[in-house]
Design a protein. Structure first.
Length: 151
């Protein structure tokens, strides 16, 4: 499916907006062996559990009619903040020379949030972006899916 060749010591970020696995390839391009470097979890309850206010209302300037404003999606906002936090962590690690190659695996929306936050130093080390949600998969299955070993 993906057939990536991930070099030894490459960094692989697998995230979904609420959880992230930072993996390192302790194997080589032919026989990857991902080891967990760090995990992050963010508690992010649904919007209805976070927001207590009703949506606001606004009067139209000419007619004076009132209409409801869209309710804030607090859950979605937190996912965006989590992506920014991941991008900041990646930058600190890249700047400290902790990785030379990076693969990011995330659902399309999270990948887009993350892509917009990545520093140029991190982008220069990016080998691949994979638009898939693999956070619930075991490590060996992530290896297989990314490298086509019995995917």
């Amino acid at each position: 499916m993906h057939g990536l060749r991930i070099p030894h010591n490459a960094f692989v970020l697998v995230g979904d907006g609420e959880k992230a696995l930072f993996l390192r390839n302790e194997g080589d391009e032919v026989h990857p062996n991902f080891e967990v470097d760090r995990t992050l979890d963010q508690e992010n309850p649904p919007t209805h559990e976070q927001g207590t206010d009703r949506p606001g209302r606004m009067a139209a300037p000419v007619t004076g009619r009132r209409s409801a404003l869209e309710e804030t999606d607090w859950h979605r906002l937190e996912k965006g903040r989590f992506a920014k936090d991941l991008a900041d962590r990646l930058y600190k690690r890249a700047h400290a020379g902790r990785f030379e190659h990076l693969v990011i695996v995330a659902p399309p929306r999270t990948l887009g949030d993350l892509r917009g936050q990545l520093h140029a130093e991190v982008r220069s080390r990016l080998l691949a972006e994979v638009a898939k949600d693999l956070t619930g998969h075991p490590i060996d299955r992530i290896e297989a899916i990314l490298t086509d070993d019995a995917a």
